[in-house]
Every structure is written in C-alpha cells, then in structure tokens.
Design a protein around this ligand. Structure first.
Ligand code: BYC
Length: 317
C-alpha cells in the first residue's frame, strides 16, 4: 500500500492509525520527525539502562550478605537486558547500535540525569530501587501503550522486571529502617539525597518541556512530565510513612481540594547542570563506559568473524 499512496495519503493513514490507538510498525510509513523523536527517546532510554548499571554495580562486591549480593547481581543484569531490548527497538527505526553508542560517547545523545549521582552507602541501593525504579515504572507504564509497536512491547517486559526492582529496594530499606539507629540514619540520609533527583527524572516542568506537546499528539507520551511527577509523589508518600522515613520537602502535604499531595519545586538549575554534563559523576560515568567499550572491541570483532564464518559455511551448504 505504501508504494501506491502519495505522501499526503501516507500521512493520513499514519494519523488514522495513531488516532485509532493502533500501533505503528517498522514496515509502516512514518513522518521523519516521528522517527527522529523515537530514535532520540529510545536511544536515551537504552543508554540510561546501561549507564544505570554503574552506580549499583559499585556495590556488588560490598553487598552485606550472599542473598543481597545475588539479588543485586540479578538486578544489574536485568538492566543490561533492558538496554538490549531498547537498542533492538531503536534498530527497527533504521539506526545501528554502534552509531548510537558513538553519539553517546561524543555527548550528542543523553542518558537520564539520575545516574550522575554517587552511591555513597549501601542504603543508596535501596533508595535507587524504591525511588529511582519507582519513578521509572511510573514513567514507563504509559509507554507500554506508546504508538510505536516495538517500543511499546519492549516496555511491557521492562515494566514487569522494574516492579521487582522497586520491591527489592523497598524491602532493603524496610530492613534498614527496622534495624539499628545507625541503619535507620543511613536509610534516611540516602532518601534525603535521592528524593529530589528522582523527581527530576520526569524531565523539566511542562512549561519548559520542548517535546511533550508533539510527543503526546503522536501518542508516544501519554502524560506530561508534571502529571507523571505528581502521580509518583502521590504513590510514594504513603510508602514513606510505612517505611518510617521522612521526605526532605517542608511543603509536602495532602491537599484535600486537589486530592493530591502538594510538593515543593525542584532545583531546575541543578537539572540543567546535570543534563549538560556538570553533575557530580558525569565524567566518571562516561569514562568508565568508553573504557569498557574499548576493552570489549575484541569480543565484537570475534563475534562478527564467527558470524561471517558461519554465514559462509551456510551459503556453501
Ligand atoms: N535526564 O522536552 P522534554 C531506569 C532532556 S532508566 C536527562 O521534556 P521528552 C533505570 C530531554 O531529552 C530510566 N535528560 O523531553 C535504569 C530533552 O533533551 P533534547 C530512563 C533529560 O523526551 C537502570 C530536554 O531535556 N527512562 O529507570 O519529551 C537502573 C527537554 O525535555 C531528562 C527513560 O528514558 C532527564 N531526566 O521527555 C535503575 C524513559 N529529562 O534531546 C533504573 C523514556 C528531560 O531535546 N523517556 N531531558 O536535547 C521519556 O519518557 C522522556 O524522554 C522524558 C523526557 C520524560 C525523560
């Protein structure tokens, strides 16, 4: 059908599929800007999963028990898997994974601001699971209904695993807040440091978000950054009460009229600084990724040589 329709007809068919809540698939015609937006968002998301392995990976050798170590290793391995699903989804849009990694290394593609903060204590592993994965799920559940089929399907699987990650962080923090005074203090300190960066994961306020309106019209995004941030706060405050930690926001309180929690303003200058490369760990994260990528060059070469050898054998058979 694509060959027989004019651009106008193709655009109408695309608009109809989006309006009917159907999925756009790789074989379908799509506007260039829709493709570019998806490549930007999916690549940024994939990079986030892979860079996100670093702050937690930092604690694998120092986990306090065999059980905690096994759980953390499984979680970090899951993040690698999420990155792979997402790079594959991006590749269906006609880009190559190697190209995307180069764009990350040269600073032309981003990854989530949250992974530029350090993990100073064991409680940070719990705070990341509870708050960072909690924020990630809040953002990603609507993406399961994203208009682009491969991204939506990748998100279904990612969300199932993220909910396990969130629960393990909550359980880890619960053990600390029900432990010794020192453990309770460590948990509270981690929550104090991760709360605001977690709220910033949802992106700039709607008034400053450059892509939201178009992405919502295309049904890539289903809710705005501020709507999802509010949803996360509403979900998390009662959990903090059960955990026995306070959230570091003096204006946080239930608003009976709005039926939502009111909360304070994030430090948007801090988000801008972290996104532009000036966060506490940006350089360290990127140097580590570039070094690991360079050291892995021989593995990629060997895999390519092996695939070429087998393709030649299959062709001769
Ligand atoms: N960090 O117009 P906006 C995980 C950029 S992984 C950095 O609102 P959009 C996990 C934005 O790219 C979680 N940059 O953009 C993994 C844009 O920049 P450019 C990762 C940010 O796309 C391991 C500009 O600011 N999740 O959970 O409509 C272990 C304007 O923003 C950030 C995803 O990637 C940020 N926080 O909305 C544990 C979810 N926020 O390109 C956990 C998928 C904004 O114009 N992504 N920017 O220069 C999305 O849902 C959307 O891309 C966002 C931003 C809500 C993040």
């Amino acid at each position: 059908m694509a060959a027989s329709l004019s651009t106008e007809g193709l655009q109408q068919e695309f608009d109809r599929l989006v309006a009917d809540d159907q999925r756009i698939e790789p074989r379908d015609w799509m506007p260039d800007d829709y493709r570019k937006t998806l490549v930007r968002q999916i690549a940024q998301h994939a990079h986030s999963e892979i860079i996100g392995m670093q702050p937690e990976g930092n604690w694998i050798t120092r986990a306090p028990s065999l059980r905690r170590k096994a759980i953390l290793m499984a979680k970090v391995q899951d993040e690698a898997g999420h990155g792979l699903y997402l790079y594959c989804a991006a590749e269906t849009l006609g880009v190559d994974r190697g190209e995307l990694i180069d764009l990350l290394h040269s600073g032309r593609q981003k990854y989530s601001s949250i992974f530029n903060y350090p993990t100073l204590t064991w409680a940070d592993v719990g705070a990341i699971g509870w708050l960072v994965d909690g924020a990630a799920i809040t953002n990603q559940i609507p993406l399961c209904r994203c208009s682009y089929g491969p991204y939506a399907r990748a998100m279904v699987r990612v969300c199932k695993e993220e909910s396990f990650h969130q629960r393990q962080g909550y359980e880890l923090l619960y053990a600390l807040t029900h432990g010794t005074d020192a453990q309770r203090a460590m948990a509270q300190d981690a929550v104090n440091r991760w709360w605001w960066p977690s709220l910033m994961m949802f992106g700039p306020p709607d008034t400053e978000s450059t892509h939201t309106a178009q992405s919502m019209a295309w049904r890539i995004k289903r809710f705005s950054n501020d709507e999802l941030r509010q949803r996360f706060v509403d979900m998390t405050v009662p959990q903090a009460e059960v955990l026995g930690v306070t959230l570091p926001d003096p204006v946080l309180r239930w608003n009976e009229d709005r039926r939502h929690y009111d909360f304070g303003e994030c430090d948007w200058d801090e988000l801008r600084r972290v996104v532009s490369g000036e966060g506490p760990c940006n350089r360290q994260r990127m140097e580590h990724h570039i070094a690991a990528h360079d050291e892995g060059a021989w593995v990629r070469e060997a895999a390519a040589a092996y695939a070429a050898k087998h393709a030649a054998v299959d062709a001769a058979a």
